[in-house]
Ligand binder design. Structure first.
Ligand SMILES: Cc1cc2nc3c(=O)[nH]c(=O)nc-3n(C[C@H](O)[C@H](O)[C@H](O)COP(=O)(O)O)c2cc1C
Length: 193
């Protein structure tokens, strides 16, 4: 297995620039990623991205990384089985809909199924939810996922690294995601006090 073999999923919460920036950084990481985009993500992307996202254009070998696009509806694709070897799964951004489905153990699409498999196989599952404010239902779902072994990293960047650009702000969150998904690429200096 490659050192890094990710499932990188994106759902319909605000935060499309996070996902695109993460893919850019992964080009500097030796490994492979299977990409799964929900229809909701593509809908939000129409609003948030300055350029139209053509999913197929995300595929291929870029830099040190190989990207493969999987069909969101295909619950029989490789990540649907625990026998497939992945190093981690990232959902960035994670909608409250998908968070609820994962907390309930649903597998109605490939993102939900792959997340469920990640939890049962005790592999890192990193979710970056975006909603404000959170309802009690959202908070209970985060608790359930955390108790099941998932890692919830809210899209709430810190500012103590003195960001100058939007990319600097995105990188704060992506750096945390990479740390917890065991992606060996640091985007920020660790805090020295
Ligand atoms: C422009 C736009 C922005 C949205 N932003 C959010 C959001 O920040 N958080 C969220 O949980 N849902 C948000 N939604 C709603 C989800 O996209 C919707 O619940 C969708 O069914 C999620 O499906 P998915 O989990 O399969 O991607 C947004 C929808 C639109 C159209």
């Amino acid at each position: 297995m490659d050192n890094v073999r990710l499932i990188a999923a994106a759902t319909g919460a605000s935060g499309v620039p996070y996902f695109l920036r993460m893919l850019k950084h992964l080009e500097n990481v030796n490994g492979r990623s299977d990409l799964i985009l929900s229809p909701g993500f593509l809908k939000v992307a129409e609003k948030e991205s300055s350029e139209t996202i053509v999913p197929e254009n995300l595929e291929g070998t870029k830099g040190l990384h190989r990207f493969r696009l999987l069909d969101h509806a295909n619950t029989g694709a490789e990540p649907a089985s625990g026998s497939a070897q992945y190093s981690a799964m990232i959902i960035l951004p994670a909608s409250m809909n998908t968070v609820a489905a994962i907390a309930a153990g649903l597998s109605t699409n490939l993102i939900e199924r792959a997340a469920d498999v990640s939890l049962k196989e005790r592999r890192p599952l990193v979710l970056v939810p975006r909603e404000a404010p959170y309802s009690l239902t959202h908070l209970k779902n985060f608790t359930t996922i955390t108790e099941a072994g998932g890692i919830v990293i809210p899209a709430s960047p810190g500012f103590y690294h003195n960001p100058k650009t939007i990319e600097d702000i995105l990188d704060f969150v992506i750096d945390r995601v990479f740390q917890h998904a065991r992606v060996p690429l640091r985007l920020l200096d660790s805090w020295k006090g």
